[in-house]
Design a protein around this ligand. Structure first.
Ligand code: G1P
Length: 272
């Protein structure tokens, strides 16, 4: 069974200070729903209903969000306002939630490795909630990626073309397109300077990982910016032909930046 999805949520959210001084960036709302809820809904829709948060100090509001608020239930239960809780209630009822703390911020690879005990020996999804994704066809991006995994049985990363000016902000990949939109990756470089980028295909914050990734992460040296990089661990799998890049069908907003956040808000408002 593939039911687990890991959410690294320990990051500080410095680009949203002072809003994120005492509040997790993942709780910033797009319209009336926090970013993290969009990510959890996407995972649950893909059948990944065991939600594992790799969390940190100042992130307790996330735990409270995915729990019952007795005071709220008591005060608005039975009134018309109750309907505002129906979405989060049914999400809570259809998922389990586990939490483990990343004690030091040593990179995305380190955050994922922190989830090893909760994930165990299973294939699992990873969602970076900052990357807000909407599927084009009704299927969310994680659902699309699990379909690719089912067919090829190896790690899958979501990719899309990025602008030259953005290349140094992403993991950049290249390889051979083996099917429409599916690329067998042979090169993966974390945040390269433009001149060293093997393509303009950037990794977006959605991954399906085979559990041997933990064995690789455990012995991985720090990479770009002195951090343990998931891109470097994946490159080891890619050197054996075991990573696919998937050009997802849909739209992605970088909600880690104020500009992307505003675009996502406008997009959601227009389609609400
Ligand atoms: C991380 C990954 C990077 C990926 C990006 C997607 O970087 O390390 O490879 O392209 O997420 O959002 P971060 O943005 O966390 O620095």
């Amino acid at each position: 069974m593939k039911t687990k999805c890991l959410f690294p949520v320990a990051g500080y959210g410095t680009r949203f200070l002072p809003a994120t001084k005492a509040m997790p960036k993942e709780m910033l709302p797009i319209l009336n729903k926090p970013l993290i809820q969009y990510g959890v809904e996407e995972a649950a829709a893909a059948g990944l209903t065991d939600i594992c948060f790799v969390t940190g100090r100042t992130k307790r509001a996330i735990e409270d969000h995915f729990d019952i608020s007795f005071e709220l239930e008591a005060s608005i239960g039975g009134t018309k306002k109750e309907e505002f809780l129906s979405g989060i209630r049914s999400l809570i009822n259809s998922c389990t939630f586990s939490y483990t703390r990343q004690l030091q911020m040593l990179g995305l690879g380190h955050a994922i490795l922190t989830g090893k005990k909760i994930i165990g020996e299973e294939v699992f999804g990873v969602v970076l909630a900052d990357d807000l994704c909407f599927g084009q066809t009704g299927d969310g991006v994680m659902t699309q990626m699990m379909q690719v995994y089912e067919k090829f049985q190896c790690s899958v990363v979501a990719v899309e073309e990025v602008a030259d000016s953005e290349v140094s902000k992403f993991g950049i990949v290249s390889g051979e397109e083996i099917e429409d939109g599916i690329i067998r990756l042979d090169t993966m470089i974390e945040k390269p300077p433009l001149a060293e980028a093997p393509s303009r295909l950037g990794i977006i914050g959605r991954y399906v990982l085979t559990p041997d990734i933990f064995d690789i992460l455990e012995y991985l040296e720090p990479g770009r910016n002195g951090e343990i990089q998931i891109t470097d661990a994946l490159m080891q799998q890619a050197s054996e032909g075991r990573v696919l890049g998937y050009r997802f069908k849909g739209q992605r907003f970088d909600c880690g930046s104020v500009e992307g956040f505003v675009k996502a808000t406008n997009y959601c408002f227009a389609s609400s």
